[in-house]
Design a binder for this molecule. Structure first.
Ligand code: C2O
Ligand code: CU
Ligand code: CU
Length: 507
């Protein structure tokens, strides 16, 4: 069913699906925003040299969150300018939305103090990193309001783009939606030796959709519909800004993209259909760059791209978009349902993500042929198989979201894994929704998808993989570092909070 497709060919389909979605919304302000989007994809080129392209009047320049190596991360409510001309109450870890980017070297120690100044429990999970069980932010291991927690663990993972966010049982979606999440970048010498774009040419970009409510708040008020599809926004924020513009030079860029959204899947492509190179996924660099014109990114996943702007004249704007797609099997869709709560636009609606605006000339640069070598887990050598059936019923029935028929119970151990043992994990999506499956404590490699070939986002070391309705995704997985209690779960945060999570005991 699902293939890697050419975004160019899809453009027409997109527009139709898009009009349908727009028509259904019937909201004045949204219509304006979407009309601007439509104007952009009219004509053959998604890049333009018009100096004042659509939306530029309201555009926000993408900024980088501050960088830290550790230290104190305060969880607190504060205010920040998210939408121009408005002040928004945000919940932050470390004072900014998104949170500060942690940057550390592989082999170094990471230490931080988490101070909870919220009025509810929280904790922090280091997504994708191997951390000891008492440092990992298990959903039951929370920091009470007014308390703090000291974190210290060695960085054993490969260089890559990881992230952190709260993980308290039943409260994760609300806290992440409010603004609590940031990048956690690991560096090492092998990566540095490749000579990839660095410094200002290496840009971490957190992609998160939100609802531009009339008061521009980040109030989290999911309705019944939202609990099925997850909370889907109507506006894409990049590093906390809507209508985001990244001023660039005409050179080669490394973009580290994080899908930090609660529920939205992005089908990323450039407006002019140009190809780009995927160089890394969740757990660091691939063996070599993979040239594509589009890549899917589910909640929790990361992908690193090289984008060549050396041929783009000063004044050009290149749009990064999420193309329209249909969820196989229909899906609940999400979006506005009168009386059911919600807001936001349906899963699969075309959305603008980011505009790269070439403001100055730059240096010639080339894409390296090779990146790093790493161990390939050989599925033929697996010592056992575990099956995970992902399903859902209709809320408000308790236990509507399940893995192997179970809804999360902190007192029950559901899954056991032995360190050093290579296993195949079969993820069977038996529901009508996409589920991004995430495992703590280790990384895995994707072996196959029954719905078609692997996408570039599936390559390399992964900690989160998107499963589409009706398909089975097979992983090769081996735990290594620590024994203890962890979790695995769906990274649609509404699904996770509704119980689509199991306790995992590693021995
Ligand atoms: Cu990013 Cu258990 O989560
Ligand atoms: Cu995680
Ligand atoms: Cu899910």
């Amino acid at each position: 069913m699902r293939r890697i497709r050419s975004p160019n060919r899809q453009e027409h389909l997109d527009r139709r699906g898009f009009l349908r979605a727009t028509g259904r919304l019937g909201l004045g302000s949204l219509m304006v925003a979407e009309a601007a989007t439509l104007a952009d994809c009219g004509g053959s080129a998604g890049s333009t040299t018009a100096p004042d392209d659509a939306g530029a009047g309201l555009a926000s320049t993408v900024t980088r969150p501050p960088e830290i190596g550790g230290g104190t991360l305060v969880a607190s409510a504060g205010s920040q300018s998210v939408w121009p001309g408005a002040t928004t109450t945000v919940w932050t870890l470390g004072g900014s939305f998104p949170g500060p980017t942690v940057r550390v070297g592989r082999g170094a120690g990471f230490s931080a103090r988490i101070e909870n100044r919220l009025s509810e429990p929280t904790n922090v999970h280091w997504h994708g990193l191997a951390s000891p069980p008492d440092m990992d932010g298990h959903p039951s291991d929370v920091i009470a309001p007014g308390q703090s927690r000291d974190i210290a663990f060695p960085i054993v993972d490969r260089a890559g783009s990881y992230w952190y966010h709260p993980h308290p049982d039943g409260r994760t979606a609300r806290q992440v939606y409010g603004g609590m999440a940031g990048f956690f970048i690991v560096e090492d010498g092998r990566e540095a030796a490749i000579g990839l774009p660095s410094g200002e040419y290496d840009v971490p970009l957190a992609i998160q959709d939100r609802r531009a409510s009339p008061d521009h708040s980040l109030t989290y008020a999911p309705g019944p519909m939202d609990l099925m599809a997850g909370v889907l926004g109507d506006t894409v924020l990049v590093n906390g800004k809507p209508d985001a513009v990244l001023p660039v030079a005409a050179t080669l860029y490394r973009l580290r993209l994080l899908n930090g959204s609660n529920a939205r899947v992005y089908r990323l492509a450039f407006g002019d259909g140009r190809s780009f190179q995927v160089i890394g996924t969740d757990g660091g660099l691939l063996e070599r760059p993979v040239s594509v014109t589009g890549v899917d990114l589910g909640p929790g996943e990361r992908v690193e791209l090289l984008v060549n702007l050396t041929q783009d004249p000063v004044g050009t704007s290149i749009l990064l978009r999420s193309l329209a797609f249909t969820v196989p099997g229909g899906g609940m869709g999400g979006g506005m349902m009168p009386g059911m709560g919600g807001g936001g636009v349906a899963q699969g609606t075309a959305l603008d993500v980011l505009r790269l605006r070439v403001e100055r000339s730059g240096r010639a640069a080339r894409v390296p042929d090779a990146l790093v070598s790493f161990e390939r887990l050989d599925p033929a050598r697996a010592e056992g198989t575990q099956v995970f059936v992902l399903s859902m019923g209709m809320p408000p029935v308790a236990g509507a979201f399940t893995i192997n028929g179970q809804s999360f119970d902190p007192r029950r151990i559901d899954v056991r894994a032995r360190r050093g043992r290579l296993e195949l994990w079969e993820l069977r999506n038996a529901s009508s929704e996409p589920h991004p499956f995430h495992v703590h404590a280790t990384s895995f490699q994707v072996v196959s998808r029954t719905s078609g070939p692997l996408g570039a986002q599936d390559l390399g070391w992964k900690d989160t993989v998107l499963t589409w309705p009706g398909e089975t995704v097979t992983l090769a997985i081996r735990f290594e570092q620590y024994a203890g209690l962890y979790v695995l779960h769906c990274h649609n945060l509404e699904h996770e909070d509704a119980g689509m999570m199991l306790n995992l005991e590693v021995s």
